[in-house]
Design a protein around this ligand. Structure first.
Ligand code: SF4
Length: 399
């Protein structure tokens, strides 16, 4: 057994341990165990500095989880968008492939807690129909291995899956979604990275939420992945009492770049059953981005998104930098709240914009092109025109 497997085995997970180590009332601990079992491996446990700290909140069961049973179990409608077991196909050219129910840590905020830890719900039996689906759907270019945590599989099992996917000609990119570099970095071994690099292009999105998770061990794990040619991205969730603070997020993003992990997404917490005590206001998220943009390198700034309830996918949000926009100009404010005007320009895609023959000085050529031959070619102009979108009234949406 490898060290990381031994560490998983030595995790805090029983009701007795929850009572003894964290002083949780026994009845509450039993109810929590029933709702979503605990798994706190010795490495992640060692990062806790005091009760209720940002590490504790992510891994120690909390009775608040038992107080919001009205929220949805599957807010992102992953199951409704699952054509065959183990696959969610939401976006046109990519698919999510669940390959295990197991994780190195069971995060209390997990959106997939309805399945995580349950061998029946993410079963190896579903792998064959999932491979068949990927083979038949030639529009899928990009497969995201998830679970659970794909790096909970043994190297041999993971390699079998990678081999099968690599044998499908239309699949260009394989992504691995794994919290292991953060929560159990001992999993990233030379043997693992040497195996992974045979199946490039492989990308990995990991999940750090707080600067205290960046330790010598997790830094080494991320750098080993990067050295194997695996670009590393980070997905962070904004959570009350964990990272709902611009200074904490800035420190995290800057430290991630130092260990060669590119901040990718910052999510509003999902409306998940048993995790609503982590939720913050949207303004908290906007304020965090406001305090990053212009204040640190653009490389350190993730896309701020809401994963839309009901399966709408990721929708980006930005603080309002646009003060005014019409056919002639856009008026913007920068990170210091200074105001700037940028003149609009008619191009081949927007022939009715400022500067077109119809609108102003008539110097431009046909169809509003600037006459330099950079138009968008032949017969395609209609398709490329931006569509005018009429926004519905709020009352129409709410009805
Ligand atoms: S590692 Fe990911 S899938 Fe596993 S419990 Fe944590 S958030 Fe959920």
């Amino acid at each position: 057994m490898e060290l990381w497997q031994q560490m998983v085995r030595n995790s805090v997970h029983t009701v007795d341990e929850l009572v003894e180590k964290f002083g949780i009332d026994r009845k509450v601990a039993e109810d929590l165990d029933e709702f979503f079992q605990a798994r706190i491996n010795p490495y992640y446990l060692s990062l806790i500095r005091y009760p209720g700290d940002p590490i504790w909140r992510q891994c120690v069961p909390d009775k608040a989880e038992l107080e919001d049973f009205d929220a949805a179990e599957d807010p992102l409608m992953e199951d409704a968008m699952s054509p065959v077991p183990n696959i969610t196909h939401r976006y046109p050219d990519r698919a999510l492939f669940l390959v295990t129910s197991q994780c190195g840590l069971y995060c209390r905020f997990c959106t997939r807690k309805r399945k995580v830890g349950d061998y029946e719900k993410i079963s190896m039996k579903g792998l064959e129909s999932a491979f068949k689906y990927l083979e038949e759907h030639t529009e899928i270019r990009d497969v995201i291995l998830s679970g659970g945590d794909p790096l909970m599989l043994t190297d041999a099992m993971l390699e079998k899956i990678l081999q099968r996917i690599r044998a499908i000609p239309h699949i260009e990119i394989i992504r691995i979604g794994s919290r292991m570099p953060c929560v159990l970095p001992q999993r990233i071994t030379p043997k693992l990275v040497n195996m992974l690099k045979k199946y490039h292009p492989i990308y990995c999105n990991t999940h750090f939420n707080h600067p205290w998770e960046i330790t010598p061990e997790s830094s080494k794990a991320c750098q080993m992945m990067a050295d194997a040619g695996i670009p590393m991205g980070n997905q962070m969730v904004i959570m009350k009492g964990v990272n709902d603070n611009p200074a904490v997020v800035k420190e995290l993003m800057q430290k991630l770049l130092k260990i060669r992990v590119r901040p990718y997404y910052m999510y509003m917490a999902d409306e998940t059953k048993g995790a609503n005590h982590f939720r913050t206001s949207i303004e908290t998220g906007l304020n965090i981005i406001e305090n990053l943009r212009g204040h640190t390198s653009g490389l350190a700034i993730p896309h701020f998104v809401i994963d839309a309830p009901g399966g709408g996918g990721k929708i980006p949000l930005l603080p309002n930098y646009v003060l005014h926009h019409d056919e002639e100009r856009i008026i913007l404010r920068n990170f210091q709240h200074k105001i700037y005007t940028y003149k609009n320009y008619a191009d081949a895609n927007n022939p009715d914009g400022y500067g077109s023959k119809n609108k102003t000085n008539g110097k431009n050529g046909k169809n509003g092109s600037n006459g330099n031959g950079n138009g968008n070619g032949k017969g395609k102009k209609e398709d490329m025109k931006p569509k005018k979108i009429k926004l519905p009234e709020l009352s129409e949406i709410e009805n």
